[in-house]
Design a binder for this molecule. Structure first.
Ligand SMILES: [Zn+2]
Ligand SMILES: [Zn+2]
Length: 220
């Protein structure tokens, strides 16, 4: 399925991203809010039938979503913490695409914070985004091969897991999960790839895993 993260805290539930794969499949979910990282169909295409709760995205994202006939919802600003039914959400601008400017979300519940960024080349304000978080959930497009391009002024594409693990190490994050997996990961042998990833992570003092549909993590 297209990558999506459900974050729960007591009775509150928020969802980050709702790709096209999820069209018609979220009816049973009780959601307090949906946050969107950017206007690519694998992150926002499922919004076409989601009108049961407030949906938040940046102004640029709503603008870009108009071409997919998605009605604009609530506008959020970069770096402005907002209350989400007892949790706090903050959007950090990241480089990934020029047509669909993206953000990553820092979500805090009580004293536990995570950062979710499924598509990323570069996080602006990385230290503020990642300081003190319990878990980093990042872009699993490639393990080591760079998919970053710079056609004009901006970097676009995906940063390899190896680089993201180095970010985690620099910010003192002990745990990372990689989602939105690309071909390199999806088509390789799980045991070999898992071992390579774990070694690469351990080397940097991080415990890392590849995400899968339905994966659940409890943070205390
Ligand atoms: Zn994207
Ligand atoms: Zn994507």
């Amino acid at each position: 399925m297209h990558s999506s993260l459900l974050v729960g805290y007591y009775n509150a539930q928020i969802l980050i991203d709702l790709g096209e794969d999820w069209l018609g499949k979220t009816e049973g979910l009780k959601l307090d809010a949906v946050l969107v990282t950017h206007a690519h169909p694998d992150h926002a295409g499922g919004l076409k039938d989601c009108n049961r709760c407030p949906v938040f995205a940046t102004r640029e994202t709503w603008q870009a979503l108009q071409q997919f006939n998605i009605v604009p919802g609530n506008v959020l600003s970069h770096r402005k913490p907002m209350d989400l039914s007892g949790m706090v959400g903050e959007a950090f601008p990241v480089e990934h695409s020029t047509r669909a400017p993206a953000v990553g979300y820092r979500i805090t519940a009580n004293r536990v914070a995570i950062f979710y960024v499924p598509d990323v080349v570069y996080i602006h304000d990385r230290t503020q985004a990642l300081s003190g978080i319990s878990m980093y959930v990042g872009d699993g497009s490639t393990l080591t091969h760079s998919m970053v391009r710079k056609p004009k002024k901006h970097l676009i594409g995906h940063t390899p897991i190896r680089t993201q693990l180095t970010w985690c190490a620099k910010e003192g994050i002990g745990r990372a999960i990689f989602t939105h997996c690309g071909e390199e990961i999806v088509t390789s042998d799980e045991r070999t790839l898992g071992a390579t990833l774990r070694q690469m992570a351990r080397h940097r003092g991080v415990e890392a895993a590849i995400a899968h549909d339905g994966m659940e993590v409890v943070l205390r």
